[in-house]
Ligand binder design. Structure first.
Ligand code: F6P
Length: 494
């Protein structure tokens, strides 16, 4: 049993969001997304105060009633934790989330711009940076400082690309705070960061370098991070030891691949709800089921995946009526034009495949747009081939979750640009996300792989995930913090 520690977790999306049910009662619903799922187990093991944005009107009401203080919450397993919801000005939040964090930072960090036509930083984007992203980060920093005053020996864990500026703002006020930052998405090479105006890319790097530790999922993202710190802010780098020196401070940089909780997953997969959903999928499934489960995010490469399937069908008429693709897609960030346009492209791509190959009694591509975790886990149990062809992806947790509960010795086709590929490469069919012909061939290889080989590969993936589970991920990060505590804190240079 590990020592219970005081932690302040800071992330944009919190572990629960509040609403009112039909009878007017306040209800707390589990927040979605990989980050929140991964961090939930922290609460059971440590003394956690979680700081997050108030997302709904009811969240804001909860925060208001508490006079801006944290409220006592209870995790699913009964563990208590404190939740502090930061209420932002709605216009500032819109600019932070819908103009900067997602269309700019998410896009730059997944190499989603072709650069001939995007990005374009007009006055609106500059204003959204200053009056949206920076203001919301300031509100987060304020909340962290208040918590540190209450609990000076707590360690702060920042999460993700929404909060790059906040650590520096906290450091200016609390120079000896112990802080780490986990980046859940890729880190790109320095030249691509130059798509961002100099003051913005500098603020991103200097903000995150105010932490004692910065962790990313893979060695590849860490190498890019070290190089861009050197290039963007002229930091001094120790590549071997993973150390950045800048502004009179040191930041350790570590590759810490996130994982899942295999026991929790086994439980979910065995639940009555999932079994009922699985029954429906099994009743309709083709002989060979190709599955993809994603948010409708341009980084997930869904349209090219459909095109690859079209090329596969073109080459394999013997599979007509026998194979099918099930695409379970969670609609994501639809207030952002790039995302709503992408959803349209996904629907058009699916129609192209079905118009070309469908015949009575056979739907080649079953596209379902819904936020339905139960259905996703049911489908995880049923796939013969799982297609994960992301353009770039920090980790991709679907690639870890689905093999754990699959019952058909399913094969994982995995993009070489996902973080998961760094760990699972020996046992997957690797693909280049842009090579649709290669992905079509990979579908054929996976669908015709011998039973023994499929079993050996799936078992190896499971073993790896069980040996590197979410508890190990958390423990390693606490250990990383212990290593830096005691390293002499110094102030930030102006
Ligand atoms: O790290 C990426 C991430 O923030 C995950 O936590 C989550 O799965 C996903 O993106 C969802 O993002 P959003 O909070 O914008 O819905």
């Amino acid at each position: 049993m590990t020592e219970r520690r005081k932690l302040i977790v800071v992330s944009n999306r919190g572990p629960v969001t509040y609403s009112r049910d039909d009878s007017g009662e306040r209800v707390a619903k589990r927040g979605g997304g990989g980050l929140v799922t991964a961090l939930r187990s922290l609460v059971t093991q440590h003394d956690v105060t979680w700081i997050a944005s108030a997302m709904s009107e009811e969240d804001a009401a909860v925060a208001g009633e508490a006079g801006g203080e944290a409220v006592e919450e209870t995790a699913d397993d009964g563990s208590p934790y404190r939740l502090k919801l930061v209420v932002h000005d709605p216009v500032a939040y819109d600019r932070y989330y819908n103009v900067v964090a997602n269309p700019v930072l998410w896009f730059v960090q997944h190499y989603l711009w072709g650069l001939a036509t995007a990005p374009e930083f007009d006055h609106g984007v500059h204003a959204a940076w200053a009056e949206g992203y920076v203001s919301v980060n300031r509100a987060f920093a304020e909340a962290v400082v208040e918590e540190l005053e209450r609990s000076p020996d707590a360690s702060v864990f920042f999460h993700d690309y929404h909060l790059y500026v906040a650590p520096r703002l906290v450091r200016e006020r609390v120079p000896d705070a112990t802080m780490s930052h986990f980046v859940h998405i890729p880190w790109v090479m320095p030249d691509y960061w130059r798509a961002l105006p100099e003051p913005i890319r500098r603020a991103v790097h200097e903000g995150i370098l105010a932490n004692d530790v910065v962790s990313l999922h893979t060695d590849r993202w860490c190498r890019s991070f070290l190089r861009s710190c050197e290039d963007v802010v002229g930091a001094e780098i120790e590549f071997e030891g993973g150390l950045v020196r800048h502004g009179g401070r040191e930041t350790s940089v570590r590759a810490r691949p996130i994982s899942v909780d295999p026991e929790e997953f086994a439980e979910i997969a065995g639940s009555g709800e999932v079994r009922a959903a699985e029954h429906d999928i099994a009743a309709e499934r083709p002989e060979f089921l190709i599955l993809r489960v994603d948010r409708t995010d341009p980084s997930k490469n869904i349209v090219r995946g459909f095109r690859a399937y079209e090329l596969y069908l073109e080459a394999h008429p013997e599979m007509y009526g026998r194979v099918g693709m099930l695409a379970l897609l969670d609609p994501s960030r639809q207030d952002i034009p790039e995302y709503s346009e992408y959803l349209g492209a996904i629907q058009r791509g699916a129609r192209t495949v079905n118009d070309r190959f469908q015949h009575p009694g056979w739907l080649p591509l079953d596209l379902r747009i819904a936020d339905d975790f139960t259905q996703a886990v049911a489908a995880y149990k049923q796939f013969d081939v799982l297609l994960v062809n992301a353009i770039f992806d920090g980790m991709n947790l679907v690639a870890k979750e689905a093999p754990l509960v699959n019952t058909r010795d399913g094969v994982l086709i995995l993009s070489e640009n996902t973080g998961a590929h760094e760990e699972l490469e020996p046992w997957v069919v690797s693909v280049n996300p842009f090579d649709v012909a290669g992905q079509a061939e990979a579908l054929h290889v996976a669908l015709t792989m011998a039973g023994d080989e499929r079993r050996v590969r799936l078992e190896a993936i499971r073993r790896h995930i069980r040996e590197h589970d979410i508890s190990a991920w958390i423990e390693t990060q606490l250990h990383d913090l212990d290593e830096v505590v005691g390293r002499s804190p110094t102030s930030i240079s102006a």
